[in-house]
Design a protein around this ligand. Sequence first.
Ligand code: DUT
Ligand code: MG
Length: 144
Amino acid sequence: MNIRIINKSKNSLPAYETAHAAGMDLRADLDAPIHLKPMERKLIPTGLYIELPEGFEAQIRPRSGLAYKYGIGIVNSPGTIDADYRGEIKVLLVNLSDQVFEINTGDRIAQMVIARHEKAIWQQVEELNETSRGAGGYGHTGVA
Ligand SMILES: O=c1ccn([C@H]2C[C@H](O)[C@@H](COP(=O)(O)OP(=O)(O)OP(=O)(O)O)O2)c(=O)[nH]1
Ligand SMILES: [Mg+2]
C-alpha cells in the first residue's frame, strides 16, 4: 500500500531490511550524538512525517539486537502513531543497561510496523457471556 511521507531527515526512507520483514527500521536524525545514561530515557527524532490512511496505525517497536546487546528498550513500547498525527515520528528510547549508550545520526534505533486496527463501537450491556476462564488470569493456569 502507498503511504504519504515527508522525509526531513538526512537518512534514506525507512525500508524493510529483509524480504518478509514485518517492520521497517527507523533511523535517528540528529545534529550531534546523543548519550543515554543508565536508566535515562530520551525522545529521539527521526525527521519523518507520515499520513496513514484511516483504519491504520504505525507501531514503534524495539529492535531485539539493541535490547539484547545494549539493554536499549522503548518506554512506551509499542509506541502508537495515529492516522491523524501529522507531527514528527519520535522514538522514546530507554537505556536499561549499566553502560552509557551512544546514538549517532543514521543509527537504526527502532522498527515501525504498519497495522490495521478496528474502530470499536460500545454496546453497553448488564452481563457478559460466560466462559470456562471466567475472571481467571494473571497466571491462574499455573506455570508448567
Ligand atoms: O512512540 C511514539 C508514540 C507517539 N508518537 C506520536 C504519534 C501519536 O499519534 C502521538 C500521540 O501519541 P499517544 O497517543 O501515544 O500519546 P498521548 O500521551 O496519548 O498524547 P495525545 O494526548 O497527543 O494523544 O504522538 C510518536 O511520535 N512516537
Ligand atoms: Mg493519545
